[in-house]
Design a protein around this ligand. Structure first.
Ligand SMILES: [Zn+2]
Ligand SMILES: [Zn+2]
Length: 396
């Protein structure tokens, strides 16, 4: 196997200029979620040039297979997301976004270019592994309901069904040259909460003639935090944040209603359902007891992301073979969401992080910021590493 490792490293090095050119093209031509038509056409063309046939799926996504020897032995899937964000790029780089107000500020250009590089490597070593590798280029990671959920609905995990799936994401808190893994729960479910508290407005000097929705809303907000502190299992991380409250009265005007918006995050699907149910009951009960009414609406987001422990352990060991133990780090829990989570509730999954930070060069901006960029040294690692992980996993 060591010869195959050397071969993958060598191919990865040879393909780095191509990987960088792909990243620059995709970065310069970003498209918003569900609108990745040109990106889809570009990726399709690149795959065809490698001799890989791809099919369209989820409107702007692609799915393809690379068959090794004995292709039915085992199937492993690799996923990249392709959408950009509504952000005006402030970087002064040759590959700056040519689509003002749209920017690859979450590194999905890096993921797509990296997976293209992985595909090109695997296509060239397909006589040296057994099984099938499924490539998933998915749209719309950034926007509900999430491209991953549509890919799954449209059969991305069937015919053939993969035994496992990998996803790679840039990490701006991990130095370039390093890779991060975490077993088990890793990222949170994300639900948007919209609460309307309806009272009866009037003169601020006559509260007895009104039902004050500001006071009701205040009670609800404080009481809801007790769902987190008193009802939740303390061993499970969960967050409830209300970031918006709007009651358009005045110093002497009690408004008719108050609108509140927030986010609820969890690392357990049972608790997620229970927590939402308790919030609804509490809001409606408090409003009713105080003479008003509450309407509680939930915009369901992504589930929590779970990394299969055994798969992650094997992958970490394979990454150490490829990178050396000093360059493989453990990740902390992260309460952000990611639609790769949908796959993790269907098949064994491993979502790992590619370090892109470089303090010395001032590459430290976080994802979703207008100054986000990566140390492109990461693209000398990402494609070959993923190829090695999947080849090892097909053997496992
Ligand atoms: Zn993002
Ligand atoms: Zn992302």
């Amino acid at each position: 196997m060591s010869t195959l490792l050397e071969k993958i490293k060598q191919l990865s090095a040879e393909l780095t200029p191509e990987t960088l050119a792909n990243r620059h093209h995709i970065h310069a031509n970003p498209e918003l979620s569900y609108q990745e038509f040109q990106t889809q056409a570009y990726v399709l063309q690149q795959l065809e040039q490698m001799g890989i046939q791809a099919k369209k799926i989820a409107t702007t996504g692609l799915i393809a297979e690379i068959k090794g020897k004995n292709p039915d032995k085992k199937v492993v899937a690799l996923r990249a997301d392709m959408d950009a964000l509504p952000i005006l790029e402030t970087n002064d780089v040759p590959y700056k976004s040519k689509n003002p107000g749209v920017m690859h500020a979450c590194g999905h250009d890096v993921h797509t270019a990296s997976l293209l590089g992985t595909a090109h490597i695997l296509q060239q070593v397909r006589d040296e592994f057994e099984g099938t590798i499924k490539l998933l280029f998915q749209p719309a990671e950034e926007k509900a309901p999430g491209g991953a959920s549509i890919m799954i609905q449209e059969g991305a995990l069937q015919n053939p069904t993969p035994a496992s799936i990998y996803g790679q994401h840039v990490a701006t808190n991990v130095p370039v040259g390093k890779i991060g893994f975490r077993e088990g729960m890793y990222m949170a479910s994300t639900d948007e909460l919209y609460l309307k508290v309806i009272g009866k407005g009037g003169h601020g000097a006559m509260p007895d003639a009104c039902v004050d929705p500001i006071v009701i809303a205040s009670h609800i907000i404080v009481a809801m935090q007790q769902i987190i502190s008193r009802n939740k299992n303390p061993k499970l991380p969960s967050v409830l944040t209300f970031g918006k409250i709007e009651g358009l009265g005045a110093t002497n005007v009690i408004p008719d209603e108050v609108n509140i918006a927030g986010t609820f995050r969890a690392m357990d699907e049972t608790w997620r359902a229970e927590g939402l149910e308790k919030m609804k009951k509490l809001a409606e009960g408090i409003a009713d007891a105080m003479g008003g009414r509450a309407e509680f609406e939930v915009l369901k987001g992504y589930p929590f992301l779970q990394n299969n422990p055994e798969l992650t352990r094997r992958s970490k060991a394979a990454a150490i073979e490829y990178m050396g133990a000093d360059n493989v780090v453990d990740l902390d829990l992260w309460m952000a969401g990611e639609d790769f989570a949908f796959y993790t509730h269907h098949v064994d999954a491993c979502f790992y992080r590619l370090g892109v930070r470089n303090e010395e060069r001032g590459i430290t901006s976080g994802v979703h910021t207008p100054g986000f960029d990566i140390d492109e040294g990461a693209l000398g690692i990402g494609p070959g590493l993923m190829a090695w992980l999947v080849v090892k996993e097909l053997e496992a």
